[in-house]
Design a binder for this molecule. Structure first.
Ligand SMILES: [Zn+2]
Length: 362
């Protein structure tokens, strides 16, 4: 049988990649301030923004997906800007201190001739208004920098007065009109990368990426159900492999099919949750938010419900591709076990024990 990645439509794969970007940047950065990470890990090699491969950290994760972000119109180099200070920190050629982006990109021929590629702003700016820039050029084969480029470079730099008692500082460019926070950059990335839809990201930080991604795609009806594959021109038997009576749509497969419905009944009974009527994945993604329960209880139930979408999907693939059938009690056991491990260990709910978990009393 062909692997899923070979038969998944390109746009489904692309969506998954975009989600991965959001997760890599959003989740990993959640523990630290972006700016600190950036200052800590920025290491300019020939003026290029890069990181040491041996150092793990959030900025490294940003750079990993920088190309993908650029496809979304997000240029991290330009989004960060050096705010005026004494000019002793900002690197003249490679930091975005002029709001024009890195000068090395705008004037590559001048950068090539620069004697000290890591010189700071103070090294080159005129010490007093009216004086010329303190250029320092390499003499290569007796050739000098193009005077017209020097004039252009000089005139494109806005008048800046260095403040000797203030340090250079970094932040988002003013045009972004947002505070320097993880939430703000995450919102920008999501607004660029996610489809316009009324389905909120059903995120649970206690769950692995694959489970979150699957739930999100299921909410958008973008999982490779038979119905969706047929829409994309793949000629397959449209009927559900479980009940063999109804076409396999996303909602049928995960919610309405008698097999899925039995699993949900058992989950609701185990969780002692009110068995609301729900007919779609969208509804289940936010069902617990309506209930009068604590935030922790809400997070636990949300994690269980996303796991209850994930496990039947895995069982369905086992049934279709490996001809291994599971009964609903097997699925229920798997949901209980996986959600216990994720909630206890990733969610750090250490007070929950397995016996208590099995009767949902803790
Ligand atoms: Zn069915």
């Amino acid at each position: 049988m062909e692997p899923w990645r070979n038969i998944l439509p390109a746009d489904v794969l692309r969506s998954t990649c975009k989600l991965a970007i959001v997760v890599v940047v959003g989740v990993t950065l959640a523990s630290r301030q972006i700016l600190d990470a950036w200052l800590m890990y920025r290491n300019k090699i020939n003026g290029a923004l890069s990181v040491k491969k041996s150092i793990a950290g959030p900025w490294k994760n940003i750079l990993k997906v920088q190309v993908d972000l650029s496809h979304l119109g997000l240029n991290m180099d330009k989004m960060f800007r050096c705010k005026d200070g004494n000019g002793c920190e900002a690197v003249f050629w490679s930091d975005n201190w002029t709001r024009l982006g890195a000068l090395k990109d705008r004037f590559p021929s001048l950068f090539l001739m620069e004697l000290n590629k890591r010189c700071v702003v103070k090294d080159r700016l005129p010490p007093f208004p009216g004086l010329d820039f303190s250029w320092a050029w390499k003499l290569q084969n007796a050739s000098a920098p193009d005077p017209s480029q020097i004039i252009l470079c000089r005139s494109s730099i806005p008048p800046i007065t260095l403040n000797p008692i203030a340090q250079d500082s970094w932040g988002w460019d003013d045009s972004l009109d947002m505070e320097l926070s993880v939430r703000s950059i995450r919102e920008v990335i999501e607004s660029k990368s996610l489809p316009e839809d009324d389905v909120l990201l059903p995120w649970s930080y206690w769950l692995p990426l694959k489970v979150n991604a699957f739930a999100w795609h299921a909410g958008l009806d973008r999982i490779p159900s038979k119905h969706n594959l047929i829409i994309r021109g793949i000629p397959i038997n449209p009927f559900c492999d479980s009940c063999k009576a109804i076409h396999e749509s996303t909602d049928h497969l995960l919610i309405r099919c008698s097999f899925a419905s039995r699993v949900w009944d058992e989950i609701f009974e185990w969780c002692k949750a009110p068995k609301d009527l729900f007919l779609s994945v969208k509804e289940i993604l936010c069902i617990e938010s309506e209930w009068p329960i604590s935030k922790t209880q809400e997070k636990i139930l949300h994690t269980i419900f996303l796991t209850t979408l994930w496990c039947p999907w895995k069982a369905r693939n086992e049934r279709v591709f490996n001809k291994k059938a599971k009964v609903s009690s097997d699925i229920l056991g798997e949901i209980k076990l996986l959600s216990f491990e994720w909630i206890k260990h990733t969610g750090k709910c250490h007070e929950i024990t397995w016996p208590n978990w099995c009767i949902f009393s803790f």
